[in-house]
Design a protein around this ligand. Structure first.
Ligand SMILES: C[S@@+](CC[C@H](N)C(=O)[O-])C[C@H]1O[C@@H](n2cnc3c(N)ncnc32)[C@H](O)[C@@H]1O
Length: 243
């Protein structure tokens, strides 16, 4: 069901299931930048029981148990909501990357490059630390060059907690990806908005934005966050480039 719609400045925020909302949008996006809920099974003890920091990750990355949209289902939905020459940056972790890329390619998206977010995690792990997440940088139609051909695909910035959302992403990371792949005034779409990090990033980059969030709690949080951003602005966080 499609719920509330709120417009704040250059942002339109819609509460509902992306599978129902996106087919109703009247403008197609230049960039789909999104961080879908995917299952995390990162760690556990010898009995397979999750504990400590990882307990939360026995759920999906939105913090909800099995509230997932399969990659094969979301890929054609974002394809249909994107412009003929659009890009998509779709986040995944190392366990979901192959399935995500495969589903996006079946839907028609072509693969440009793997973007890497180094979260600066320092928690030791017997099988390497799990400190990276990824952005599948995809394109369709006519490949548009990025705005700085010297840009490195690795970005280092800490995972921060401004909103309390269990999988909040840094605004600085999203802002960098938006600024590199779109022009001022372009429409950016995030169909899994969460706490609204992509909306704040788009505003700071001077782009228009549509965000969709199913959970009314996080929808309200995103609306409040975007309203505060438009009213006063907030500090951004510094990025560390690749070595
Ligand atoms: C990984 S989180 C996004 C976090 C966001 N990037 C942030 O920085 O706050 C995924 C979000 O998608 C939402 N979600 C799950 N299924 C959805 C659906 N079918 N339509 C729209 N939103 C959905 C979840 O409630 C969750 O907040």
């Amino acid at each position: 069901m499609v719920g509330q719609m709120v417009q704040i400045g250059a942002c339109i925020l819609i509460q509902g299931d992306m599978r129902e909302v996106l087919p109703q949008l009247t403008e197609r996006a230049a960039l789909v930048l999104t961080d879908p809920p995917y299952p995390l099974v990162a760690g556990g003890n010898s009995t397979g029981e999750m504990r400590g920091l990882f307990a939360r990750e026995s759920y999906d990355n939105s913090g909800a148990l099995f509230d997932l949209v399969p990659w094969a289902e979301l890929a054609p939905v974002i394809w249909a909501a994107a412009r003929d020459d659009a890009d998509a940056i779709v986040m995944a972790n190392d366990r979901n990357l192959a399935e995500a890329q495969g589903a996006l390619e079946v839907a028609g998206w072509k693969f440009h490059r793997l973007l890497v977010w180094d979260k600066r995690t320092v928690t030791p792990n017997r099988w390497f630390m799990s400190g990276l997440e990824f952005g599948l940088y995809m394109w369709r139609g006519r490949a548009r060059p990025i705005n700085d051909k010297g840009a490195h695909p690795l970005v280092r910035c800490p995972q921060i907690d401004v909103t309390g959302h269990p999988t909040e992403k840094p605004v600085a990371l999203f802002r960098r990806w938006i600024e590199l792949t779109t022009a001022p005034g372009d429409l950016v779409l995030d169909p899994f908005l969460g706490s609204g990090s992509a909306a704040v990033a788009a505003l700071r980059a001077g782009r228009r934005f549509i965000g969709v969030e199913k959970d009314p709690r996080w929808f309200e949080a995103a609306v409040a966050r975007v309203a505060a951003e438009v009213a006063g602005g907030q500090m951004d966080f510094a990025l560390g480039g690749a070595a």
